[in-house]
Design a protein around this ligand. Structure first.
Ligand SMILES: *[C@@H]1O[C@H](CO)[C@@H](O)[C@H](O)[C@H]1NC(C)=O
Ligand SMILES: *[C@@H]1O[C@H](CO)[C@@H](O)[C@H](O)[C@H]1NC(C)=O
Ligand SMILES: *[C@@H]1O[C@H](CO)[C@@H](O)[C@H](O)[C@H]1NC(C)=O
Length: 380
């Protein structure tokens, strides 16, 4: 008994030691067999294109050589995560062509919010696939694929279906919130928006409750990025006193920070509510903000520069679109070298920037607890 206790202490000591030194040699990786993703365009690998209008060129040009439903020139952070875990890129739940769900599914759709926006659906760019709907879709997916898996026999009929036993040891990624904040700005009432943040956070917690009910145990929860650094905002002629040290719109970043603070507190509470689950809080804000602040040193142009898109004063031509202005046609095509830009289209990041952020978060250095993603199933 004493020896057992002692060895447990030794093991724990090594785990703590190894996490602090940024290396986790002693604990085996989790070998996740599946990943389920919920979110917005930052993680949309084709769901929005399946549901609405397919993304057009030049999106996808850098990595895929064609548009593949991603708001970028190439891979998204979630693609790099899947690759790092040794899994294929995730199929969108809504895609009806060429999908495989053996290793998970992606429920993220561009424009999605945490809160159901049913009273403001007319607002431009808001998706009807808010997080509560994504939960309904997931529950339906799990039930139907489980039924089918047991109906059919043989590898060839089952190979595109998730193994029912993989749901409980899959990785569940939540990457959503930016559009709730954008919707908050459209309310044009800061105090009302501020008062709404606890409810937004609570709705995200509800999604965790639902997933836990469905058997999920390992959660990887991204906070929201520095929305006030998005170049579409920055092209407005902002006064120097409105900007923070990285040249971003301070008032917008303050809202993101407030949301993130409350989200982190809620994740800590969720840990206490679910001792059988492991919840990692990932500080995407800090990772992206660090890249933006060090753009030059990291080999990028200024973070306010946009690879694809034309924005000047009141003229907005979004990436891949044309606009006739004063007799001349403006086409917003791609830049010469997307790998030099952080922003792909003013809102979304380039493949190069996504790669940078992915490399920095998978190591666990922006996570609480600071576990690498391959070890996210272990308690610190
Ligand atoms: C729409 O919003 C109302 C009030 O905000 C809410 O009670 C209702 O449940 C919502 N509908 C859906 C489908 O979520
Ligand atoms: C802003 O929201 C607050 C709180 O909901 C409300 O009391 C106030 O009247 C609103 N102000 C405007 C200008 O709508
Ligand atoms: C529109 O085009 C005309 C003729 O080329 C030019 O004189 C005028 O300055 C242009 N207006 C704007 C707003 O660019």
């Amino acid at each position: 008994m004493e020896i057992l206790k002692l060895s447990l202490v030794v093991v724990l000591f090594f785990i703590v030691l190894s996490v602090q030194s940024g290396e986790v040699k002693e604990i085996p990786p989790c070998s996740f067999k599946a990943v389920y993703v919920f979110g917005d365009s930052n993680s949309d690998t084709g769901g929005g294109s399946a549901a609405f209008y397919p993304a057009g060129p030049p999106s996808g040009e850098t990595f895929f050589g064609r548009p593949v439903g991603r708001g970028s020139d190439g891979r998204l952070i979630i693609d790099f995560i899947a690759e790092h875990l040794g899994l294929p890129h995730l199929s969108p739940y809504l895609d009806s062509v060429g999908t495989s769900f053996r290793h998970g599914a992606n429920f993220a759709i561009g424009g999605s919010t945490i809160r159901n926006q049913n009273e403001s659906m007319s607002l431009n760019g808001v998706s009807p696939f808010s997080l509560d709907i994504q939960m309904i879709q997931f529950n339906n997916f799990k039930g139907r694929t489980g039924y089918l898996y047991n109906q059919v026999k043989g590898h060839s009929q089952r190979r595109n279906l998730p193994r029912p036993q993989d749901f409980s040891n899959a990785l569940y990624i939540l990457d959503i919130g930016q559009n709730d904040i954008a919707a908050g700005f459209r309310m044009k009432n800061d105090s009302a928006f501020h008062a709404a943040i606890p409810d937004i956070v609570e709705q995200l917690a509800k999604a965790v409750y639902n997933l836990h009910d469905q058997g999920a145990r390992v959660f990887w929860i991204h906070n929201t990025g520095p929305i006030g650094c998005l170049p579409v905002t920055l092209h407005y002629h902002l006064k120097p006193e409105e900007l923070d040290s990285h040249g971003c719109l301070k008032s917008q970043n303050d809202f993101a920070n407030e949301f993130n603070k409350q989200l982190k507190e809620r994740v800590i509470k969720l840990r206490a509510e679910f001792p059988d689950a492991i919840l990692t809080y990932v500080d995407m804000y800090a990772a992206k903000y660090e890249l933006i602040g060090n753009a030059k040193q990291e080999g990028f142009f200024d973070a306010a520069d946009i690879c694809c898109g034309f924005h000047e004063d009141d003229i907005h031509v979004y990436c891949g679109n044309k606009l006739k202005f004063n007799g001349t046609e403006i086409y917003a095509g791609t830049c010469e070298d997307p790998s030099k830009y952080i922003s792909w289209d003013g809102v979304h990041y380039t493949e190069a920037a996504n790669h940078w952020v992915a490399n920095h978060i998978i190591s666990g250095s922006f996570s609480d607890p600071p576990m690498p993603i391959k070890h996210a199933c272990h308690k610190p």
